[in-house]
Each structure stands twice: as C-alpha cells, then as structure tokens.
Design a protein around this ligand. Sequence first.
Ligand code: GDP
Length: 307
Amino acid sequence: MLVLLTGGTGGAKLVLGFHEETAPEDLVVVCNTADDSVVHGLHVSPDVDTIVYTLAGLIDPAKGWGIRDDTFTVLDQLQRLGNESWFRLGDRDIATHVTRTRLLAEGQPLSRVTAALCRALAVRSTVLPMSDQRVETRLSTSVGDLSFQEYFVKARWQPEVQTLRYRGMERCLPAPGVLDAIGNAAMVVVCPSNPATSIGPILAVPGVRQALRETSSRVVAVSPMVQGRSFSGPAHKLMATLGVEASVTGLAGAYRDFVDVLVIDAEDQDLQPAIEKLGVEVWATSIRMDSLDDKKRLARDLLQLSS
Ligand code: GDP
C-alpha cells in the first residue's frame, strides 16, 4: 500500500501518475480538508473533490479543478438572484456538494461520505479526508482576517500574509484509517502541494506528524518549488508562515523530522549539500509535471525508492 498526502491541484498531478503506474486499489490518498467551506449552503471540499474527480477521470484538465465540460447555469442564476459568484461551482460539481451536504446532514462523517462518493464514481483507490472534524485555515493579512478561499480565489493571493492558523485543529482527530495507513504503508509520499495550506494542515492533525516520524516505511516528499518559486500559486510566499525560507532548503527544514528523502528539481541541485546537512537525503530530477507522461515518469521513478 502506498500512502499519498496531498492538497488539490499540484498534488493531484502526482496522484494521477501513481494511479496510472500502480494498481489503483493499492493507493490510499489522504487529503487536506482545511480549505473546506460552506458555499450557498453547500459543504464544498475542494481538495477531496479535485482528487476524487482526478481518480474518476472527470477532472477538467485545463483548470486542474472541477468537472470537465461542466456548465455554470446554476451559478449564473444564483448571481442573478443576488448571490456572490466568485467561487466558481459548475452544475455537475454542485451535484457532488448537494450529495455531500445531504449525507453530512443525515449524520454521516465526512470519511464515509467521501467513500460513498468514490463508490458512486467508480474510484478504486481509497480517498480519506485528513479528519472528520471541521478545521479551517485562516490567514491574517494586510486586508484583514481571511479564509483560504477568500485569500486564494477572491483576492487572487495578493494580500500580504502575516500569520496563518488552522482553526479547530486542537479539537480534531485523524479520520479513521489515516494513522493505520501511515503505519502500514510500503511508502509514504508527501505530494508537491502547498506546504503551508495543504500539507501543513495534514501534518498538524493530532497524531499524524508523530505517525510519520515513527513509521518504518520510507517517507518521501516532492518539492512544489524550484529556484525559490512555486510552479503555481502562493506556496513560496507562505513559507515564512512556517518559519523557513522559500527554497527547497527551507522545505527540508520544515519536513526534516519525518522525511527520509526530498525530491528536488535538477535546477536546485546546488542546494543538495545544504539539505543533506539537515539529515535529509536528496534526489534531484525533473519535478515539473506538465504532461501525463511527466506525471507517470515521476511516479514510476518514485516507486523505485520504495524497494
Ligand atoms: P491546491 O490545494 O489547489 O493549492 O493544490 P496543492 O496544494 O496540491 O498544489 C499547489 C502546489 O502545487 C503549488 O505550490 C505548486 O507550486 C505545485 N505544483 C503545481 N504544478 C506542479 C508541478 O508540475 N510539479 C511540482 N513539483 N509541483 C507543482
């Protein structure tokens, strides 16, 4: 069993690579849920949905989120009725959120709801939310206190971020199966997701970081950055909130207590000695994943590290 820790768009690229290169049943994908929000009364789990749609072959490949060829009739009408529409929800995507909201209202935990959605969409891998309890990333910024979606989507990650916190984290527990999966994995892969807003919350779930330190399986992390910049989005800007510099050396510093190998881009190879000094092994290769072939190649190479 291979355990993948991931956020949404960046992590999903590598998740797809593994899905194509291994038996899908052998994958356990643990998703960040600190970006979850209630939109038009519906419970939206953006990272879980990106992963489920990716594994179901439904993802919109151009955007990296949402359902391919979806329409926006409901959102247009919601806007006409005076609702905000900056958070884009397609019509078919809304069906997922209606179903999730109904099942949660009936008393099912998010992990069971996610399993039901996976079954309905013929996903063969196991997708686990990091927790069944509600956790929310809050950013204190130059324009006030924002949720992750307000910062990322509405404000297009332009405000300066001073601090970041995961509201509700102290009361939450890992979802059923998360700790067992980490403990029994053949390998754990920390996907190239935002270290502050995607991986950070998963690591902060009580018990998860300790399980990663204690597991006998190899823990491998793939960098979401090259030359001090993210491939997309604000990850490099948010590294300071973790108390480290925006570079793969900073990333190694943030993950050094549980990561065995950090996979960095060949362009960052000059930083290998500094990372090794932190006690983290380095593997330098091409970590950009534009095509399906890139995703499969990186997944195939990572599988070699488990043996
Ligand atoms: P979010 O939940 O949608 O923010 O998605 P993630 O946190 O999973 O992914 C965002 C991260 O993916 C960003 O930090 C990007 O730099 C990273 N990313 C995007 N494309 C690539 C890629 O091709 N290769 C690597 N290594 N990282 C990528």
